[in-house]
Every structure is written in structure tokens, then in C-alpha cells.
Design a protein around this ligand. Structure first.
Ligand code: PMP
Length: 414
């Protein structure tokens, strides 16, 4: 038998699968389980009929380019539509600052490959998105966490962390943030903080990676101004902005984009050539047509209402089931509710019991680069039905009660 470990590159030795993807495997094995684990949009929201019409027309054979290789940058009309979307979001850009990526996940991978050497430090929020952790870890970067407040990343802690890491002789290259309805906490970074982050990045000569897949999915209490990208006020070219059609049209198309300083985007384009030559041409055209025909514009208000209702059902169910023993910041948009369980509970260890009881979530530790998050869980309210949300929360509550009883039982016997 050959031991294939001997053939692995140093970076491959360090690669770790995503905890959330692993949950997906558990799920696939059982249809009985109610899943609050992966942050999937609900397929019942997808514009199936419009996609079918668009695809039928595209596949008529009239235009051979539809199924041909295309430019690495992306399909030109789609790039132009994205420039218009960025403008609506308050950020002026141009096609030379844009690159279509195969999901924002590829955007994160390109950023990591182009900007990080082994040992370089990326500052991330505590907690942060697991897919970003994976991308940065793959290039052997070191991640250092910065705590969050109610209105997002703690700026004093950010600068103190920067100073500490730099004093240790390590090089801080990037700050990675998800300012709108963060995965996993659902938090928003306050407007004033967004401006101050830019000043900070200028002062410390750091680039900001702004990952923004959820901004369109804001609920009633949120104004358009509150979800203004940091990139919109980026006068000096400090921000690399990532966004995606995964949560607004469908993740299966894998169409997303980077908007950043032109010299960097040129490098991302070269790096992308080695990954996939180009993002799928049919996918890009379907997305372009969905924008041009107004499908996207009609979807967004529906999605806001749809996910807000699900959020409400989950919040009600949790309040009824747990009273004040479990707490969470009420998500004002996005897909996730970030819950703090009683401190005796280890949410990772509790997963086995949760699966037995027919419910699943993501344990908090997956989102922390410093090992915290023991009694935290991320609950996605996006893809389960309302009935499933109610039933799933009841199962979760049973699970937590049983877990606490099991933890306390040996102690009381002793
Ligand atoms: N960033 C964040 C914060 C996300 O939550 C996700 C999806 N879970 C992604 C990036 C990746 O999205 P996609 O690759 O589908 O565009």
C-alpha cells in the first residue's frame, strides 16, 4: 500500500474540510433530520420558470458562444450589469475593476493566493465565516481574531491586535470582514465604523476584504443606507469587495464577482486562469438575462419578506422554548441566528444527541480562529419550512434539556 501522505504538498497537509460541508454529509444520510446547518437559500424561492425560459432560448444554438470558453474576466454584458449594481449600492466602479468569479468562494481563494505568503497574518472577526478560514488556511496564512461588539468589529481591539501582532515581528496583510448580516452572527457593522475602518486601513497600510453576499436580504427595520458597502467610500483603493448572486438568484449558478483596485484585479484574473479558465458561460448568461429581464429586481423584495417571516418564526419558537436561558442578537437580515446556550453546554459534543433527536446546527467553534465558541450555535432559518423550524426548535430544546441533565447528573450523584 502506498502512503499517499508522503506526496502531499505542505499546504495540502494543512487543508481541513469545512465543518458545515461535513454536516451536509450527515444530512444526506438521513431525511428525518431537520437541518439548521448549511446556509442554503430555499429552492422554493428560485425563479424556476424564468430560468427555464431563459435557458431554452440560450440553448437554441443561435449563438455558439453560449457553450464556448469565454474571457477569464467574465461575460462583458454581465460585467457591465454588475458595474450598474455596484453603482446602485453606492460604489462607482468600472469593468477594469471587476472580475467574475465562480462563487465568492473562488474570490476568497484568489485573494488568498495573490496576497498572502505562508505566515502572513489576516485579521478576522471573532467569529468569522468558515469558508474564509478555509481559503486563508490553505495558503498557510495565520489568522488572528478581533472581538465584535453589537455594531460589529471592535475598533480599539482591532488596532491593539494589529500593534501586538506587528510587535511580534509578524506581517499583517489583510482585514477580512462581512459587514452585512455576518455569517454566522447576523450582525451589521455600524455606518460610522465602516468609515473609521477605512481610515484605519489607510493609517496602518492594510487592505480590507469586504465579503458581502447578504446585503440585499435586509428586513423591515433596516434602511438601504445601513447596508452601504465600505467599498462605496473607498477613495484610496483599500477595499477588495466580493459579492454574489448565490443568495439572490441561486447558488447553483456559481456566479459572483470581485470589485477592487484594477492592478489587483488584474492579478486575480491571472490566478483565476489557472483555476478554471473562466466561470461557466451559460451560467453567466442566465444571470445576465435574469438581471436584464428584471427577474432579479422582482426577486429581491420577495426574498426579504420570505426570509423575514422565517426569522420571525424561529425567534418566536426559540423564545417559547427557551425563555431567557438562550440569547441571541435578533438578525435584521440574512440567513442566520447566532445563539448562546447555557454555559455548561458544549455545542460540538451535543451534536450526536441533536442528530439522535432529529435536528442539526453548526457548532460555534467552527467559526472561531481562537478556539472559543463552545456554547454557541449557528441556526440557519433560510431553508427549513416554517413547520420544520417550529419542530426543529422543539427538538433542539429537548436536546439542550437532555444534555444539561446528563452533564449535571454525575455531579449531583457525586
Ligand atoms: N462569503 C460568505 C460570508 C458566505 O456566507 C458565503 C456562502 N455561504 C460565501 C462567501 C460563498 O458564497 P458563494 O461562493 O456561493 O458565492
Amino acid at each position: 500500500m502506498i502512503n499517499y501522505d508522503q506526496f502531499l504538498s505542505r499546504s495540502a497537509e494543512q487543508m481541513r474540510g469545512s465543518a458545515i460541508r461535513k454536516m451536509g454529509t450527515v444530512l444526506a444520510q438521513s431525511h428525518e433530520i431537520i437541518s439548521f446547518a448549511p446556509g442554503y437559500p430555499s429552492p422554493e424561492t428560485f425563479a424556476w420558470h424564468e430560468f427555464a425560459d431563459i435557458t431554452r432560448e440560450l440553448l437554441s444554438g443561435a449563438d455558439g458562444n453560449v457553450l464556448q470558453y469565454g474571457p477569464t474576466r467574465g461575460y462583458k454584458p454581465l460585467l457591465e450589469s454588475i458595474a450598474a449594481i455596484m453603482e446602485q449600492r453606492g460604489a462607482r466602479t468600472s469593468v477594469d475593476q471587476l472580475l467574475i468569479t465562480t462563487g465568492s468562494q473562488q474570490g476568497l481563494d484568489l485573494v488568498a493566493r495573490v496576497l498572502l505568503d505562508p505566515g502572513d497574518v489576516v485579521l478576522v472577526e471573532l467569529p468569522t465565516y468558515t469558508g474564509a478560514i478555509t481559503a486563508f488556511r490553505n495558503v498557510q496564512a495565520a489568522m488572528v481574531g478581533v472581538p465584535q461588539e453589537e455594531d460589529g468589529i471592535d475598533l480599539a481591539a482591532l488596532d491593539a491586535t494589529y500593534a501586538r501582532v506587528t510587535a511580534e515581528g509578524r506581517r499583517v496583510r489583510l482585514l477580512y470582514v462581512v459587514p452585512n448580516f455576518q455569517n454566522p452572527t447576523g450582525l451589521l457593522i455600524g455606518l460610522d465604523k465602516r468609515k473609521r475602518l477605512l481610515e484605519w486601513a489607510d493609517r496602518r497600510n492594510i487592505l480590507i476584504v469586504e465579503d458581502d453576499p447578504y446585503r440585499e436580504l435586509y428586513f423591515d427595520s433596516v434602511s438601504e443606507a445601513e447596508v452601504r458597502p465600505i467599498r462605496a467610500d473607498d477613495e484610496h483603493g483599500r477595499v477588495i469587495y466580493l459579492s454574489s448572486f448565490s443568495k439572490t438568484l441561486a447558488p447553483g449558478y456559481r456566479v459572483a464577482w470581485i470589485d477592487g483596485p484594477a492592478p489587483l484585479v488584474g492579478k486575480f484574473e491571472i490566478a483565476k486562469q489557472a483555476e478554471d479558465l473562466c466561470t461557466g458561460g451559460l451560467d453567466q448568461r442566465v444571470v445576465y438575462e435574469a438581471i436584464r429581464r428584471g427577474v432579479l429586481a422582482r426577486q429581491i423584495p420577495k426574498l426579504r419578506r420570505y426570509y423575514q417571516e422565517k426569522r420571525d418564526v424561529m425567534v418566536d419558537a426559540l423564545t417559547q422554548a427557551f425563555g431567557s436561558s438562550v440569547t441571541w442578537p435578533t438578525p435584521r437580515g440574512g440567513f442566520f441566528l447566532w445563539a448562546t446556550l447555557p454555559s455548561v453546554v458544549n455545542s460540538d459534543a451535543m451534536i450526536t444527541r441533536a442528530v439522535e433527536n432529529g435536528v442539526i446546527y453548526v457548532a460555534g467553534e467552527a467559526f472561531f480562529v481562537n478556539g472559543e465558541g463552545r456554547n454557541l450555535i449557528r441556526l440557519a432559518f433560510s431553508s427549513a419550512s416554517k413547520d420544520q423550524i417550529r419542530e426543529g426548535v422543539a427538538r433542539l430544546s429537548k436536546t439542550v434539556r437532555e444534555e444539561i441533565a446528563a452533564i449535571e447528573a454525575p455531579a449531583s450523584r457525586g
